[in-house]
Design a protein around this ligand. Structure first.
Ligand SMILES: [Zn+2]
Length: 83
């Protein structure tokens, strides 16, 4: 029997195979092409992906949520991130 070291131990998540990694990345539906056309509705600056479920404008610091893979680019829905 083959000893599958990935199946046990506390570091399971730290030992992702390339296949598993690719699967996780494919779950992020916002593609670079889409990002290029997304702009902040307030200041018209390009948005950057922040985590997996929000887009951030580095100009005005507004963070727009992504719900069901759809970016909600509404000023009323945005939160302003204070640094
Ligand atoms: Zn902005």
């Amino acid at each position: 029997m083959v000893n599958d070291f990935r199946g046990s131990g506390p570091n399971r998540l730290g030992r992702l195979t390339p296949e598993e990694r690719g699967l996780l990345e494919s779950m992020v539906m916002i593609s670079p092409d889409l990002l290029e056309v997304l702009a902040c509705p307030v200041c018209r600056k390009p948005l950057v992906l922040r985590g997996e479920d929000s887009l951030k404008c580095n100009e005005c610091k507004r963070v727009y949520p992504i719900r069901n893979d759809i970016p909600i680019l509404l000023e009323a829905e945005a939160t302003i991130e204070q640094l």
